[in-house]
Design a protein around this ligand. Structure first.
Ligand SMILES: *[C@@H]1O[C@H](CO)[C@@H](O)[C@H](O)[C@H]1NC(C)=O
Ligand SMILES: *[C@@H]1O[C@H](CO)[C@@H](O)[C@H](O)[C@H]1NC(C)=O
Ligand SMILES: *[C@@H]1O[C@H](CO)[C@@H](O)[C@H](O)[C@H]1NC(C)=O
Ligand SMILES: *[C@@H]1O[C@H](CO)[C@@H](O)[C@H](O)[C@H]1NC(C)=O
Ligand SMILES: *[C@@H]1O[C@H](CO)[C@@H](O)[C@H](O)[C@H]1NC(C)=O
Length: 467
């Protein structure tokens, strides 16, 4: 009787607090994203050991690599697999294409490999053409139908979106989906997620929000490490103590505006880079360790913390990423999100179970780039670039500006060494020096990176940019 009453009261309270938000068997657990864009990464079975060594409870991969799914067999790790972007049009248009994908990529491993989430594409609404956008939800429906057909009862179907799916995220109560997707894509997607009791999977990076306006946001607030800063949303009256909660609640409010107040959040990616290019700010080991340890504390807390708009609600989460991935395109930070180096040793101590107190970790190196770099910089060839792309960028740069490439012509002061890298480095630096003040960048589609190390040699002086 006593027990019955207690249970009754508890369940009444739960129902009042969070109608359909509490999920079956969902406890606060942190996982890791196992990206594979590196040419020097450990093999799948070694990687699974490393993931277990981090005490992760879940792992997310960006495809359905058979060797990884086999290596995960029999482990306790809950697994998220992904339908690659390129085949979404096919799947959206054909139930049998969806059936085949699920039959080939999930059925052979389920249930021994604990596949629990099947994500359809990656940040699909951030790029590409509107035709593809409108195919995401039809593909999700067909993938789910396929899972049902093959009896994969425990798999939830979703799609991870980036924060750019919002046109406004501040104050959090003003969270609004972009008008180009709101009616056409988000409404049917939310309807699907609600009906199937799935999650809104979101990639949320306070790092990007802070680094795009470092003077407007307090760094400790972005690191979820401020002891005394708060922000009160003037409309909702909710008080925030960190940027991550603000960003998550912006999604909650945007969903509510479209009539879906109860869809659960799932952090499909979050993290902070431990390094980057010289022109990038705040990417260092100290900040990465601080942010990620705080994220683990938040997402593993039991009872769960939730957010100001949804206090006490579980938010499952994946940290990005397992490894520093040396072939990931984009600025240097993209290749420095790893918890581990490719040799398997940790970039800083972290325990994804949340059971290691901060005091048990070794002291962190002091942050070195919490302010924007000031000084001379040059623009040189990226280690990752392919020769043909460097040659194309060289030719483009030489066609711009005044005398951009004169010194690398035969007889010029920078002709020797007559190598693609030396000539391209000169051309990129010379281009950047002329065009930076009108918005020119040191990127050349990823063929170039900025450096603070002067590449000049002998009589050959490379033009520089002053930051
Ligand atoms: C947009 O995507 C659709 C469907 O995937 C494709 O048929 C079309 O060619 C694409 N359009 C452009 C401009 O890339
Ligand atoms: C709220 O969002 C709208 C766009 O949806 C934006 O125009 C407006 O400036 C935002 N309000 C505030 C106070 O930022
Ligand atoms: C918050 O605390 C920091 C030190 O932890 C201190 O430097 C700062 O002045 C405090 N700010 C406020 C508004 O109290
Ligand atoms: C692993 O790689 C990192 C970064 O290159 C290096 O600092 C570290 O010493 C290496 N550890 C081992 C055990 O080789
Ligand atoms: C090239 O020279 C012309 C004429 O001196 C000048 O107007 C132009 O701004 C220069 N372009 C650049 C990129 O410096």
């Amino acid at each position: 009787m006593g027990l019955y009453m207690t249970l009754f009261l508890l369940s009444t309270l739960l129902v009042c607090a969070s109608v359909s938000i509490s999920g079956e068997g969902l406890s606060p657990k942190v996982g890791v994203c196992y990206g594979q864009l590196g040419n020097n990464l450990p093999n799948p079975s070694k990687s699974v050991q490393l993931i277990q060594g981090l005490r992760a409870k879940r792992v997310k991969i960006y495809d359905a690599t058979p060797k990884i799914l086999k290596a995960l067999k029999g482990t306790e790790l809950q697994v998220s697999i992904m339908v690659p972007d390129e085949i979404i049009p096919d799947i959206a248009g054909s139930q049998s294409a969806a059936d085949q994908w699920v039959k080939k990529n999930a059925v052979p491993y389920y249930p021994d490999t604990k596949i629990r989430y099947l994500l359809v594409g990656n940040e699909m609404l951030s790029f590409g053409n509107t035709t593809t956008w409108s195919q995401v939800v039809p593909a999700m429906r067909k993938i789910r139908a396929a899972c049902k057909k093959f009896g994969l009862q425990k798999i939830k179907v979703g799609t991870p979106l980036a924060m750019d799916v919002l046109e406004s995220s501040f104050p959090p109560s003003n969270g609004t989906f972009r008008s180009d997707v709101s009616e056409s894509v988000m409404k049917p997607m939310l309807r699907f997620l609600d009906r199937t009791k799935s999650f809104f999977f979101v990639d949320v990076y306070p790092y990007f929000a802070w680094s795009s306006q470092p003077s407007g946001i307090n760094l400790d607030y972005a690191l979820s490490d401020s002891k005394n800063l708060t922000y009160t949303d003037p409309v909702s009256g909710l008080t925030y103590t960190n940027l991550l909660d603000q960003m998550l609640d912006a999604i909650v409010f945007a969903m509510k505006k479209l009539g879906y107040p109860n869809i659960r959040l799932f952090v499909a990616e979050t993290g902070w880079p431990s390094g980057g290019d010289v022109t990038q700010i705040g990417c260092n080991t100290y900040n990465a360790a601080t942010y990620n340890r705080n994220a683990v504390k938040k997402f593993s807390a039991n009872p769960p913390l939730g957010t100001p708009a949804r206090p006490g609600v579980v938010i499952p989460a994946f940290l990005f990423a397992l490894y520093n991935e040396n072939q990931k395109p984009g600025p240097g930070t993209e290749r420095h999100f790893g918890l581990l180096y490719p040799n398997g040793s940790d970039v800083y101590g972290i325990d994804l179970s949340g059971k290691t107190p901060d005091s048990a970790y070794k002291p962190l190196p002091e942050p070195t780039n919490n302010e924007l770099y000031k000084g001379k910089v040059w623009c040189v060839v990226s280690e990752l670039a392919k020769d043909k792309d460097v040659a194309a960028a060289l030719s483009y740069a030489c066609g711009q500006g005044n005398g951009t490439c004169d010194p690398i012509q035969p007889g010029g002061k920078c002709y020797k060494p007559n190598s693609l890298a030396a000539h391209a480095g000169y051309a990129f630096s010379s281009y950047w020096a002329q065009f930076k003040n009108v918005g020119g960048t040191c990127s050349f589609n990823g063929a170039a990176v900025p450096t603070a190390k002067d590449p000049s040699h002998g009589d050959c002086k490379y033009p520089s940019v002053f930051l």
